[in-house]
Ligand binder design. Structure first.
Ligand SMILES: Cc1cc2nc3c(=O)[nH]c(=O)nc-3n(C[C@H](O)[C@H](O)[C@H](O)COP(=O)(O)O)c2cc1C
Length: 198
């Protein structure tokens, strides 16, 4: 555990051991392992158990990789080129809620997709892999490249890979390649009322 990752209260080490490296070794990920990470996400909680998440995956050595990789911004392409897989997470904007027959807007689709992402990241850590979320992609291009309809929100693209030595990175990125810290819990949690600065 690094200096920056000392919890304020006791927790399982999994929560501080997970972080988002950029130095990937290029080692390929076997399909069963990739599906095992997505399986963890399948069991995430969601409002009304609507399960709004969908995952579009591409292993680097397959033809599925390039169209998705090409939509990443240049900065992300620089390091994600050595990832083993990309996973696009999208979420259904509407759901059919219990007792209803028609689909209605689901206010929690992104919140629930976030739970799914966290499950992938924690399962990856447990399995000796790393998952790194990316907001840096061209949304319109990605929609076209992966055939994603407007009824689904684009949440994020994950780079999944085997973490390696920071020497694998371009020089400018090496200094940032370490687990970062967090705000203290005292700034994040308050009893009974919103007492945080606005
Ligand atoms: C939704 C989301 C989008 C992110 N986008 C990028 C990105 O485009 N490029 C990048 O290098 N890191 C990206 N990150 C990584 C964050 O900077 C990182 O998760 C954050 O600094 C916390 O660090 P940790 O994940 O190592 O604990 C993203 C993370 C998330 C969850």
């Amino acid at each position: 555990m690094t200096e920056a990752r000392q919890p304020d209260h006791p927790i399982n080490s999994l929560f501080v051991d997970r972080w988002s490296p950029r130095a990937f070794t290029g080692e390929p990920i076997a399909k069963p392992m990739l599906l095992s990470l997505l399986e963890a996400a399948r069991w995430a909680p969601s409002a009304y158990n609507a399960q709004p998440w969908r995952f579009i995956y591409a292993q680097r050595e397959t033809l599925s990789w390039e169209p998705i990789f090409a939509t990443l911004v240049e900065f992300n392409q620089g390091w994600a080129q050595h990832a083993a897989a990309l996973v696009v997470i999208v979420s259904a904007r509407q759901a059919v809620f219990p007792g209803q027959t028609d689909a209605a807007p689901n206010a929690w689709h992104s919140f629930d997709a976030g739970a799914a992402w966290a499950s992938i990241a924690f399962q990856a850590t447990l399995a000796g892999w790393s998952a790194h979320g990316m907001a840096g992609f061209d949304a319109d291009r990605l929609r076209k490249a992966a055939g994603i309809p407007d009824t689904y929100a684009l949440e994020t693209v994950l780079a999944i890979g085997k973490h390696g030595d920071k020497a694998l990175l371009a020089e400018g990125l090496r200094a940032r390649e370490m687990p970062n810290g967090r705000l203290p819990l005292t700034q994040l949690a308050a009893e009974g009322r919103f007492t945080f600065s606005e």
